[in-house]
Design a protein around this ligand. Structure first.
Ligand SMILES: Nc1ccn([C@@H]2O[C@H](COP(=O)(O)O)[C@@H](O)[C@H]2O)c(=O)n1
Length: 586
């Protein structure tokens, strides 16, 4: 763990159940390779995870079984360790590649920008060689200018101990918000391609592994499952997914299951399969809180026996990178906690209420529009994490707001139209899901991803939405420590409510809208009332949605032609500047 990080708290733990084939899974790590310095439950860093994976592999092999390490993408954007450097990722890619990952795939965040996808192609793919799978992504090779697969379409491998013959695929959901140097083919179309049809007919295979940056309850995985199942009868299929930032486990049928392992290095997913080659394989899942207390427990080791030299060296690399980036530099001190979705919105501790009532109205300005009122719209998904009471650092800046979006505007929009646009974006008439125009794809592209889970599975057939059969619960062995549970994940999935390794007390999460809005200057109730027209100010990332909502409102606007830059700088800079000025540390 990083120096100064919060020590894990002793807790009641559920054991893992080893099988003949075992997996560790991460997803949506978004640069959090230093772990969560302020949160004891998630304070292990990538170096600790490297030690953990090595120790778990030793245990697996001593049991004459195998362990594979999987990552399903969105490794970038969301933490100072990635976003604070120039170029972005200057330190992260080297740290990331230190882990031995057997199978990995790309997320949507690897593809939003040209430089990010090129770094993926030129750095991450070669770093992991054959392990990187890109079943439905192509990229324009920056050297040749040709469209080429980002990585191999599939991989066949044989496990070291048991000799299981595996066919693996690596998908990205039907993402459409990628920069035009990459091409993402719909999963539903990819599975009809000749290479895929041939691969699933390969008889020299004991099981299929489908990894991907794909929600485990999704139309995409439904299509892959159906295709393999139709051709291969009851062969075992294990899916690993992500994107929604949630812990989830789905049973598609008796021979297949799907694991999603959270976000931001909070969770290391463990999955085991016994009786891999039979028609009644036994699956067991566990969501491991990413901290040393859990790591020691599951390996049966301790502070002196657990770390590997390699793991310790990687923790040191992270420390040096954090130091070089000055990530602990304090910009101000938050007077209280501000939450993304752990408190009702609007509310005094809602990060969105704080933005709407303080940061945006006090910061957004355009001298050439002096005296003109504005209605500013920000998508809630642009804010990625909570602010904790106390020091707000360089790292916190990017943890909260990693993206490089700035503010644009359309001048002189009738206030009634601007309000209608907000209402439409917030889903009153479901334009974002019913229209064929989906600028970034179908998964509620404006709100925090964890909010999408229920909404998205509404359109999915029952095989991936509901448990087909109640999964037998692995016996939960609770260690004999007599400690009171403290707040954390209390996941309910298709196998029940005993998936989390740590027995926590429940945390409530609340719904937030797709977008928040703020009238600038705020309405003065003593004066003549609302303005008739406003400058409609918005984050440039949501411009395609503003265009869509304007069209549905009957407002004639041609974007981007009719828009202009409202002010210089990004929202990240705007928030940091406000904090420097207003949150003095006393
Ligand atoms: N430049 C960006 C990129 C993404 N977002 C928001 O992030 C959410 C999706 O995040 P995932 O980690 O699940 O891919 C979604 O709400 C996007 O609107 C953004 O605001 N700016």
């Amino acid at each position: 763990a990083q120096p100064g990080s919060a020590s894990p708290l002793p807790a009641k733990l559920r054991d893992i159940t080893w099988g003949k084939l075992n997996f560790l899974h991460t997803t949506d790590t978004h640069g959090w390779l230093a772990g969560h310095l302020q949160e004891p439950s998630y304070s292990a860093d990538w170096g600790d995870y490297i030690s953990f994976a090595a120790r778990m592999r030793e245990i697996a092999e001593s049991r004459d079984s195998d362990l594979l390490v999987i990552d399903t993408g969105d490794r970038v954007e969301g933490n100072g360790l990635y976003d604070a450097s120039d170029p972005k990722g200057k330190y992260l890619y080297d740290i990331l590649k230190q882990q031995h990952i057997d199978l990995l795939s790309s997320g949507n965040h690897e593809l939003y920008k040209k430089n990010t996808s090129e770094a993926e192609y030129l750095i991450t793919v070669p770093s992991f060689a054959d392990s990187y799978i890109a079943s439905n992504i192509d990229i324009l090779d920056p050297n040749s200018g040709e469209l080429v697969p980002l990585g191999p379409r599939f991989r066949k491998l044989t496990t070291k101990k048991k000799g299981y013959r595996i066919m693996a695929f690596g998908f990205l959901f039907d993402f459409t918000g990628n920069y035009n140097n990459t091409k993402v083919q719909r999963v539903e179309d990819t599975v009809k391609e000749t290479w895929f049809q041939q691969a699933i007919r390969d008889e020299d295979v004991d099981l299929f592994i489908v990894l991907g940056h794909v929600p485990v309850r999704s139309i995409e995985y439904e299509a892959v499952h159906k295709e393999i199942r139709n051709v291969r009868g009851n062969i075992t299929i294990q899916f690993f997914g992500g994107h929604f930032h949630i812990r989830d486990y789905a049973r598609y049928d008796a021979q297949s299951s799907a694991l999603a392992s959270g976000r931001f290095m909070e969770t290391v997913g463990f999955l085991s399969i016994d009786d891999v080659k039979s028609s009644t394989p036994n699956f067991s899942r566990r969501y491991i809180d990413n901290n040393l207390f859990s790591y020691y427990h599951h390996t049966g080791l301790n502070k002196s026996t657990f770390p590997t030299e390699h793991g310790q060296n990687v923790s040191q690399m992270i420390q040096e990178a954090r130091h070089a980036l000055d990530l602990d530099y304090v910009h101000g001190c938050a007077p209280t906690d501000f939450w993304v979705d752990r408190t009702p919105y609007p509310g005094n501790n809602s990060i969105y209420t704080w933005l709407e009532t303080e940061v945006l109205p006090q910061s957004l300005q355009n001298p050439s529009r002096q005296g003109k009122p504005a209605l500013a719209i920000v998508n809630t998904g642009a804010i990625r994490f909570d602010i904790f009471k106390g020091p707000f650092t360089q790292d916190s800046t990017f943890i909260v707001s990693p993206f490089t979006s700035g503010f644009k505007y359309i001048k002189d929009v009738p206030l009634s139209t601007a309000k209608r646009i907000v209402t439409l974006l917030n889903g009153a008439s479901k334009i974002l899901t019913t229209t064929n125009e989906q600028p970034h794809g179908r998964y509620c592209p404006l709100a925090p991803p964890q909010q999408c889970a229920r909404q998205a599975s509404d359109g999915v057939e029952s095989t991936t939405r509901n448990p087909i059969m109640p999964q037998q619960h692995a016996q939960a062995v609770i260690s004999d420590s007599d400690v009171e549970p403290f707040p954390g994940y209390t996941t309910i999935d298709d196998a029940g409510d005993d998936g989390d390794d740590t027995v926590h007390s429940h945390i409530s999460f609340y719904q937030v809208p797709n977008v928040i809005q703020t009238l600038i200057p705020p309405l003065d109730h003593s004066s003549s009332g609302e303005p008739t027209t406003v400058d409609l100010v918005y984050l440039d990332f949501i411009e395609p949605y503003i265009a869509l909502a304007a069209k549905f409102s009957g407002f004639p606007v041609n974007l981007p032609a009719d828009s202009a830059l409202y002010m210089d700088g990004t929202m990240t800079e705007l928030i940091q500047t406000w904090i420097k000025k207003n949150w003095k540390c006393t």
